[in-house]
Design a binder for this molecule. Structure first.
Ligand SMILES: CCCCC/C=C\CCC/C=C/CC(=O)SCCNC(=O)CCNC(=O)[C@H](O)C(C)(C)COP(=O)(O)OP(=O)(O)OC[C@H]1O[C@@H](n2cnc3c(N)ncnc32)[C@H](O)[C@@H]1OP(=O)(O)O
Length: 265
């Protein structure tokens, strides 16, 4: 699949000022360099378009996004790893600070980087079911970067965030609702999108510029650090990947994912 098709943008059927942005990298929308580049390009295009709002969702029936593609971190080509991390930073900054009204229709699992994308939006409706969402990096033997943490702190309390991150917690849909990691539950993807549209409607009579400026001021603390430390953050990521223990943890995790599949056959 060409990178062009990894993300689709379609106007909402009832309101052509709202973009439905769909990630479609089977099987689990893991965020590799090409999907991140497609997201980055889409966010650029949306920022200069007539769309005033977007709903981020996934074409998978059970996974919003499985987070970063582990294969980008396991025994990586270091030049590509730099580009990968830099593109992830850009996607986060563009989505977190977007002038558009942003909402996530979380139609399945959203671990780690998947949770980051959802938290970067202003509103989250998640389909009920046996899905999970959270920043589970420590459980994988890796460390969520500071700006992932800042993003979670923009969503739930510091205490909940610290416990969740140190324990690598993946929240059930009910637990996520209880702590405020999601705003609403939905019965299916269509319902989740409708709930996001309901949130977007609240801004019908609010002028867009003061709205987006207010949002960006609220979010400024989280982004300032990354903007000032972009290269240092990339260097730290690449340095981190060179640790044998990190590679070992990733290898074990990949084995675990594969054996999970064998068990259910
Ligand atoms: C101190 C300074 C620190 C500096 C920072 C440095 C570095 C750290 C950076 C840390 C950031 C990390 C963020 C991340 O996002 S890490 C990724 C975390 N993701 C996960 O843990 C999710 C793993 N996946 C799952 O749990 C499940 O796949 C699922 C999403 C719940 C869906 O389950 P299911 O529908 O049953 O699908 P399968 O498990 O069978 O998967 C199908 C297929 O896809 C492969 N796969 C799944 N997830 C990933 C992934 N994240 N990356 C790559 N590939 C993935 C899986 O192996 C299967 O492949 P095969 O069909 O080939 O077997």
């Amino acid at each position: 699949m060409s990178s062009q098709n990894l993300v689709t943008v379609t106007p909402d059927k009832d309101n052509d000022e709202i973009a439905i942005v769909t990630m479609q990298r089977p099987p689990v929308n893991s965020l590799n360099l090409e999907l991140l580049q497609a997201l980055s390009k889409t966010l650029d295009e949306l920022s200069t378009s007539d769309f005033r709002a977007m709903v981020l969702t996934s074409a998978s029936p059970t996974v919003f996004s499985a987070g970063l593609d582990i294969m980008e971190m396991y025994k990586p080509d270091l030049k590509r790893a730099e580009q990968f991390w830099s593109t992830l930073q850009d996607v986060w900054l563009k989505l977190f600070e977007s002038n558009l009204i942003t909402a996530a229709a979380i139609n399945g699992h959203a671990p780690a980087g998947g949770c980051l994308l959802a938290m970067s939006c202003e509103y989250r409706a998640m389909v009920s079911g046996k899905y999970s969402i959270g920043l589970n990096e420590t459980a994988l033997g890796i460390v969520a970067p500071r700006w992932f943490m800042d993003c979670m702190l923009n969503t739930i309390s510091q205490r909940e965030a610290e416990i969740a991150l140190t324990t690598g917690k993946l929240f059930s849909v009910e637990e996520a609702l209880k702590v405020g990691l999601i705003d609403e539950t939905a019965k299916d993807k269509e319902d989740a999108i409708n709930k996001c549209l309901g949130f977007i409607e609240k801004f019908e009579s609010i002028p867009p510029l003061p709205r987006s400026m207010t949002k960006q001021k609220f979010r400024a603390n989280g982004v300032q650090w990354l903007k000032a430390n972009k290269q240092a953050d990339i260097d730290e990521f690449v340095h981190f990947l060179k640790f044998p223990q990190v590679q070992q943890s990733l290898e074990m995790y990949i084995h675990m994912l594969k054996s999970k599949q064998n068990k259910s056959e």
